[in-house]
Design a protein around this ligand. Structure first.
Ligand SMILES: Nc1ncnc2c1ncn2[C@@H]1O[C@H](COP(=O)(O)OP(=O)(O)OP(=O)(O)O)[C@@H](O)[C@H]1O
Ligand SMILES: [Mg+2]
Length: 279
């Protein structure tokens, strides 16, 4: 990468469409795994501000540290160096996780991870139950969420009775149940077929625009990244560093047809070429 390209890496928050989500600040984030003598540097020098309501997509070769960075933002892993702040509040005070800040976060991973012995409604409302919300209120909220993610009418079904795409919708509903300011998604549609995945991208864009939350999503699909992102952060191979931060200036809401425009394809090509240099 040239010096000018490096200078073009913009590390401040981009203007965004929503305003309700929380901002995320990463400063000097670094992650080493293993004991100090034989440790592996997985991620280094991550300095980034993600704006309130922004949709940020993380892209990069396998093993570059995307999941590591997601686990750090989710408070599931305390980075070996650096700081994470959510709306100006540190995620960690020393070795103690800030539980108040954790309440702002909803997380969706690749497998929907529904509990098979709970109905869809009870799965979705589980985080609310853990917070002592009454049964009547839980039912009401689960019903609203099923409507939001497009699985209305399936509240009383068992997870095994739903398709993979529907289970993934339920997982998104569960992550949204406590009205998080931030939704973190690590390859949420990786296991879905191409058509369902495209449909889910459209739905996710709608859900994001309606909920106004900040989204950080990991994908291996360049197309998915360009379709969904306000900005795409491309990480270099291990140790993962911020390589390219690209603002996608395609108007919202984006439709499936936008993917055939020269503008869309130019973004795709630029990211693909950069990724190819890592191979
Ligand atoms: N718990 C762990 N202990 C030791 N090393 C780990 C651990 N988790 C991840 N790593 C290493 O850190 C690096 C980054 O892993 P990570 O899972 O974050 O990559 P990724 O970008 O999510 O990859 P993929 O695209 O394949 O999901 C890899 O080299 C991996 O082997
Ligand atoms: Mg991963």
């Amino acid at each position: 990468m040239s010096v000018t390209e490096k200078a073009a890496i913009q590390t401040t928050a981009a203007p965004t469409t929503g305003a309700r989500g929380a901002g995320i600040k990463l400063a000097g984030v670094e992650q080493r795994y293993g004991d100090p003598k034989s440790s592996v540097l997985a991620l280094t020098d991550v300095n980034l501000e993600i704006g309130k309501g922004e949709f940020l997509v993380l892209l990069g070769p396998s093993g570059c540290g995307k999941t590591t960075l997601m686990r750090i933002i989710a408070g599931l892993l305390k980075s070996t160096s650096g700081k994470v702040e959510i709306d100006g509040q540190p995620l960690w005070n020393g070795n103690r996780r800030n539980d108040k800040v954790m309440e702002e976060l909803g997380v969706v991973f690749q497998d929907a991870n529904m509990f098979p012995w709970l109905t869809i409604e009870d799965n979705i409302a589980l985080p609310l139950k853990l917070r002592g919300v009454s049964k009547t209120e839980r039912r009401k909220r689960a019903s609203e969420l099923c409507e939001l993610v497009g699985i209305k009418g399936f509240e009383k079904r068992w997870p095994r009775e739903l398709s993979g795409g529907m289970r993934q919708r339920a997982a998104i509903a569960r992550a949204l149940s406590c009205k998080p300011q931030i939704l973190l998604m690590d390859e949420p549609f990786g296991a879905l077929d191409a058509m369902t995945r495209e449909q889910m991208n459209l739905e996710l864009q709608r859900i994001w625009m309606e909920s106004g939350c900040t989204v950080v999503l990991v994908t291996h699909s360049i197309r998915e990244a360009v379709f969904l992102a306000d900005r795409v952060l491309l990480l270099s191979p291990r140790p993962g560093r911020m390589d390219t931060l690209k603002t996608i200036e395609i108007a919202r809401p984006r439709s499936a047809y936008d993917q055939s425009t020269p503008e869309f394809q130019a973004y795709e090509l630029e990211l693909r070429k950069r990724l190819d240099t890592f191979a």
